[in-house]
Unconditional design. Structure first.
Length: 114
């Protein structure tokens, strides 16, 4: 004769919390990571516009943006390569990004200078 199951021992299925790591992984697997043709075209156009704007920057600005974003060097590595202190390299990068933004948006800087 088999043992009877007690209702007291039954437990509901565990549903993981929204911040559960496995749930996040599952959601990532279910998402379509492919860009739509329109999104891919927009992304390509933006990449070309950024590259064109970088090419218009002064050499110093162009150099530091390329080092940071295309060569993926750290601020410390850039400072060493350019013979600068880290704060100076950081400030040079910040100014280059501001100039790039001005070129991309066609506007003047936030301080009113061009």
């Amino acid at each position: 004769m088999s043992a009877k199951r007690s209702v007291d021992k039954e437990r509901p299925l565990a549903v993981p919390a929204a911040d559960d790591h496995s749930t996040i992984q599952l959601a990532a697997q279910l998402c379509d990571r492919q860009l739509t043709p329109a999104a891919a075209a927009t992304q390509a156009e933006l990449a070309l516009a950024v590259e064109a704007a970088i090419a218009k920057l002064p050499d110093q600005d162009c150099e530091i943006i390329i080092m940071r974003h295309y060569e993926q060097l750290t601020n410390q590595e850039i400072a060493q390569a350019l013979g600068l202190t880290e704060p100076a390299a950081s400030m040079r990068y910040l100014r280059a990004v501001r100039r790039l933004k001005e070129l991309m948006t066609g506007g003047a800087g936030s301080d009113g200078s061009q």
